[in-house]
Design a binder for this molecule. Structure first.
Ligand code: 2AM
Ligand code: CA
Ligand code: CA
Ligand code: CA
Length: 267
């Protein structure tokens, strides 16, 4: 196994254990409000600190970007770890067992290894570039849906940009008539991993951050999926607007919505 994947898995399991302990003892959870509908807890911070400690011990020079503590530049600027200690904090706070630890490592801008770990279901999604994607060690693949007809798509609501919700809902309505149904799960990292394992046919969301996307993206690509922005390009790490699925689903999603996304949400 890729040595960096080994470290990522070790770090994810440690962080997952912190999350499980807090989840099982909800009165221990302290909630900070970072912004509108945006929270962090003492468990997010503790899990993140453990991940960073684990990576630093193995790779003291690597650069680390983590949701709760920001950017820590290392001497090796070419290797970056991108960490979301708990993706799905709102679920975590509500005692809904659907959240994940997300860890990716990029070398010269290319993601080499990725882990998305749901500690509550003990599901470990992993990938190494060129080596395929696995769920608990078993190879996974995207669904073979041919188009949106009958498909089940993960999506989200613009909880940070409610002023754009009218135009967003108009696109949702159009897509709703074309697909089978929607899921709003609350964890973008798990949405990508579920698309990678064929549980869901596709996924789209606006306003994501690199740590929501980085690990799930490699897992999905290694499972035969594709990821684009709303214009079919690759600006999603910057815009945070993402469309994902097998190549045919992504094509149908883009063709079905290309001219409909509000201007400020496109690309
Ligand atoms: P987070 O839990 O790490 O913040 C799903 O829409 C994505 O948006 C998740 O990856 C989640 O990451 C983030 N998010 C932030 N606030 C949210 C909220 N109030 N509801 C749902 N998702 C939220
Ligand atoms: Ca957050
Ligand atoms: Ca997140
Ligand atoms: Ca988070």
């Amino acid at each position: 196994m890729h040595p960096m994947l080994n470290i990522a898995i070790r770090a994810a399991r440690k962080a997952g254990n912190v999350a499980i302990k807090a989840y099982e003892n909800p009165s221990s959870i302290e909630i900070d409000t970072k912004g509108a509908n945006d929270f962090a807890t003492n468990a997010d911070r503790a899990a993140e600190a453990l991940i960073i400690e684990t990576i630093k011990k193995a790779y003291p020079d690597h650069t680390i970007i983590a949701e709760e503590s920001g950017l820590a530049k290392g001497n090796d600027a070419e290797t970056q770890w991108i960490i979301d200690p708990i993706d799905g904090t709102t679920n975590f706070i509500k005692n809904i067992p659907h959240f994940a630890v997300s860890i990716a490592a990029r070398v010269k801008g290319k993601t080499e290894v990725a882990v998305v770990y749901n500690p509550m279901s003990n599901e470990l999604f992993t990938a190494a570039r060129g080596k395929g994607a696995q769920l608990n060690g078993y190879r996974i693949r995207v669904s073979n849906a041919k188009d949106l007809d009958g498909s089940v798509l993960a999506m989200a609501f613009p909880f940070k940009a409610k002023q754009h919700s009218d135009s967003y809902f108009a696109v949702l309505q159009k897509l709703f008539t074309k697909c089978g149904d929607f899921r709003r799960t609350g964890s973008a990292a798990l949405d990508l991993a579920y698309v990678a394992s064929g549980r869901l046919d596709g996924f789209f969301e606006i306003g994501l951050k690199p740590w929501d996307i980085a690990a799930g993206e490699l897992i999905l690509r290694e499972a035969g999926g594709v990821v684009t922005d709303f214009a079919g390009g690759n600006n999603y790490m910057v815009s945070g607007n993402i469309v994902a699925g097998n190549p045919r689903i992504v094509k149908d999603l883009l063709v079905s919505t290309q001219n409909d996304w509000p201007e400020n949400l496109r690309n």
